[in-house]
Design a protein. Structure first.
Lengths: 239, 192
């Protein structure tokens, strides 16, 4: 247990607290969560994020100042104080902080890789995996022109997919076909391409067109052999 | 006839397996998605790249779901995330240190506070990047994720003593780097 005692946290400085807090509070966006859910073929429901267990951070911070309120105040005052005192410098060339890092902790390659908990997986082969997964990878929102336009598109895509799904559940194949046709024409490269294809196969089955459903299912399986929808497609088309 | 109903009749065992896999994937996502995103972000990826890397990790997990032993999901995702982050960070610009990334410009209580937060995150990223991957990983898991030493040791698959030693060195590196920044700030104030 001596090892554990040796790593007991010391009192952090205000800047250390500021940095730890800033990083501890960073989290993925709701849009990102939705994007991964889509890629995994999970329903697009709102999911409450699992927060970081910041007990240690809190312990470090609170041990020093007693409460989160005080932490905020200290950080605010620290920033304000530094900002006010140094404001005349704002127009002058500012020295980048990077060179201030001590030489002995400059960027360096890992001396030894962290032990792998499992045998290497395909992710270690960027080309193969990346290209294979690319067909299932939803485009990064950060690459879109504007976030709001992206979200509007996403909402409309979800609306059409949900409409098709609801229609199928209600045995209204023609309404499902209509929603899927709208989806294809409006979003030929949409984020739910695979989901639309699966629903289309299911619609054909409902319409009694088993032959065409099976043909589309075979096409889907050939194009997306590793899709999370593979077993569902096989089941729907009975192949 | 409803195709799902048809399926239940024709192959109920397969349907149950598929439903179980989907439920497991759902749990995997709910319990670990944000942890993996934070991990790859703190390992040096930009927010956009962290998004892509996280998605990649979960797609790999979805493909290999049957191979992942129950109870070792977190370890699988962690190991995959390390490899993906290491691979992606080679081509990623990582932490952006612009010339204006200086706390001296910040003013509390104004919209610029958001920029302050971003600067703090960028500076922290730079400091983490200055550590070796071994030290950084233990520091992230312990200091930022709040994991205990035995938990860190189990996840990274190293002895507890090694984990504790790495954490000590990581903290020293962190403190040294922050002290250097503070010193720089103080010297800036004196000359103003």
């Amino acid at each position: 247990m001596s090892d554990l005692k040796l790593v007991a946290p010391d009192q952090p400085t205000p800047l250390e607290r500021l940095l730890l807090d800033a990083v501890a509070n960073e989290s993925p966006s709701a849009e990102q969560r939705l994007r991964v859910r889509q890629a995994l073929g999970l329903s697009a429901v709102a999911v409450a994020p699992v927060p970081a267990r910041v007990g240690r951070v809190s312990a470090v911070v609170k041990a020093a100042v007693g409460s989160a309120v005080v932490v905020s105040a200290v950080v605010g005052l620290w920033l304000a104080g530094v900002g006010q005192k140094a404001r005349p410098h704002a127009a002058t060339p500012v020295v980048a902080i990077a060179p201030t890092l001590p030489p002995h902790i400059e960027s360096q390659p890992a001396a030894e890789p962290v032990a792998s908990p499992l045998p290497p997986v395909e992710a270690t082969k960027p080309q193969g995996t990346a290209s294979r997964l690319a067909s299932r990878t939803v485009t990064s929102p950060s690459a879109a022109p504007t976030a709001s336009a992206n979200m509007n598109d996403l909402s409309e895509q979800l609306r059409l997919i949900d409409a098709a799904r609801t229609a199928i559940a209600n045995h209204d194949a023609s309404a499902a076909a209509q929603a899927l046709a709208s989806y294809s024409s409006q979003f030929p490269r949409g984020s739910f391409g695979q989901e639309a294809a699966v629903l289309r196969i299911e619609t054909l089955e409902q319409q009694g067109n088993h032959q065409q459903a099976a043909a589309q299912a075979r096409g889907f399986l050939a194009k997306h052999p590793n899709s999370p929808h593979v077993s569902l497609v096989k089941r729907i088309a009975g192949i | 006839m409803d195709s799902t109903l048809q399926l239940v009749r024709s192959n109920p065992a397969e349907l149950m397996r598929a439903e179980a896999s989907k439920a497991r994937l759902e749990r995997l996502f709910n319990e670990h998605h944000d942890f993996i995103w934070r991990l790859v972000r703190r390992l040096g990826l930009s927010p956009g790249s962290a998004d892509d890397a996280t998605q990649h990790v979960f797609l790999v997990a979805a493909e290999r779901l049957a191979d992942i032993k129950p109870g070792s999901e977190r370890a699988f995702l962690f190991g995959t995330a390390l490899r993906v982050a290491r691979s992606q960070s080679r081509s990623d610009r990582r932490w952006v240190l612009e010339e204006d990334m200086d706390f001296r410009r910040s003013q509390a209580g104004r919209p610029e506070d958001l920029a302050d937060q971003q600067r703090a995150i960028d500076l922290m990223g730079r400091i983490l990047e200055g550590m070796s991957l071994d030290l950084r990983t233990v520091f992230i898991l312990s200091e930022l994720e709040g994991m205990t030493m035995p938990e860190v040791a189990a996840l990274v698959q190293i002895p507890v003593g090694t984990a504790a030693s790495r954490l000590r060195r990581a903290r020293e590196a962190f403190r040294t780097a922050v002290a250097a920044v503070e010193s720089k700030l103080q010297s800036g104030q004196k000359t103003s």
